[in-house]
Design a binder for this molecule. Structure first.
Ligand code: PEP
Ligand code: MN
Length: 352
């Protein structure tokens, strides 16, 4: 149960509410994401009305569907996540995150980073800790990979986004001042990780689990916001595809306008994992931007046949540059209206 508190509620009001819940055998936790809320567990249903009428309480969400802080109802205006001058969401042009699936070596990362920078990407994305289905597959370089990412950040003035695979590594992310923490599809429902990422205060890129609906994804984001961290960007990366389908996952493009209606958080699209095949990546990238995505996450490799991870879906540096050029030529990269609606896209205006 979620208690939404009045903005003028006092510490004494909070104390009174929490004590009342505790006397009834429940537990209550105060969170202060922006305005305060109290999360209540184990409170007898008979007490709900009484608690709702205590001083300082604005409303009670009894069967809380888990989406309050992330909802448009709570915050009608778009959240814009700003990372070292790059704004994601709202009217900002789409952000581009690009790089290899995994950081493999210094030489590999520097070669790719140079191309990514030349293409005009805002972020270099590469995994130092790779979650792999097989324990025999390349697991990433670990902290050495983070160190390489930091070197690249300084050398090319790129922002860094990289995946947190285990909660134990969060201190390394803080120590190396990683610009943005990726929570991968597998960890979307790792609630301890979500809370920890929230507490870290670092901007978070939250990928969607391919088996989860949009509400479950937003509820995962809610865990992060509840810890006082609203710097969250959602990433659609494809849902479970039908047996025998040609793509690795099925890109849920409808998720883009649906999320934009339900939530103020920015949503970007990863066409690489969605397709699993570099041939389909540019078309899906275009479609994502046309659908209103606030950015793209694209896997790029200069020698994809040699890649230790996700080579078949990695586009070449040349294709990345062509992709950026065609997005620009379609005027996809100009400013867009703050609350997205189909008629508001500049692209549509420029064609009419
Ligand atoms: C990745 O981004 O390289 C990755 C492992 O993606 P996902 O978590 O979406 O499977
Ligand atoms: Mn990958």
């Amino acid at each position: 149960m979620l208690l939404i508190l009045k903005s003028e509620s006092t510490d004494q009001d909070h104390k009174r509410i929490m004590e009342r819940v505790q006397r009834a055998g429940g537990s209550a936790e105060l969170h202060t994401p922006k305005e305060s809320v109290i999360v209540i567990n184990g409170c007898p249903p008979s007490l709900v009305d009484e608690i709702g009428s205590l001083p300082g309480v604005a409303s009670v969400r009894r069967n809380a569907d888990g989406q309050w802080l992330t909802s448009r109802e709570k915050q009608p205006e778009d959240t814009v996540v700003e990372i070292r001058g790059c704004r994601i969401g709202g009217t900002s042009p789409p952000a581009l995150m690009a790089g290899p699936c995994a950081v493999e070596s210094r030489d590999q990362l520097f070669q790719i980073a140079e191309h990514v920078k030349e293409a005009g990407a805002n972020f270099l994305r590469g995994g130092a800790f790779k979650p792999r289905t097989s324990p025999y597959s390349f697991q990433g370089l670990g902290e050495a990979g983070l160190e390489l990412l930091c070197e690249v950040r300084d050398r090319f003035d790129l922002r860094i986004v990289t995946e947190l695979r285990d909660v134990s590594a969060i201190d390394l992310f803080l120590k190396h001042k990683i610009d943005m923490v990726q929570i991968g599809a597998r960890n979307m429902q790792n609630y301890e990780m979500l809370r920890l990422a929230g507490q870290s205060g670092l901007p978070v890129l939250l990928k969607r689990n391919p088996a989860c609906g949009i509400s479950e994804w937003l509820q995962a984001a809610e865990y992060i916001l509840l810890e006082g961290n609203s710097q969250v960007v959602l990433c659609e990366r494809g849902v479970t595809a039908a047996r025998g389908s040609q793509t690795r996952y099925l890109l849920d493009l409808a998720a883009v306008p649906i999320v934009k209606e339900m939530s103020h958080l920015p949503v970007i699209v990863d066409p690489s994992h969605a397709s699993g095949d570099r041939r389909w990546v540019p078309a899906l990238a275009h479609a994502a931007i046309a659908a209103g995505a606030s950015g793209l996450l694209v896997e790029v490799h200069h020698a994809a046949e040699q890649a230790l991870c996700d080579g078949p879906q990695s586009i070449s540096p040349t294709t990345l540059k062509e992709l950026v050029a065609t997005l620009e030529s379609h005027a996809y990269t100009v400013k867009r209206s703050s609350v997205w609606a189909p008629g508001n896209l500049r692209l549509i205006e420029s064609r009419s």
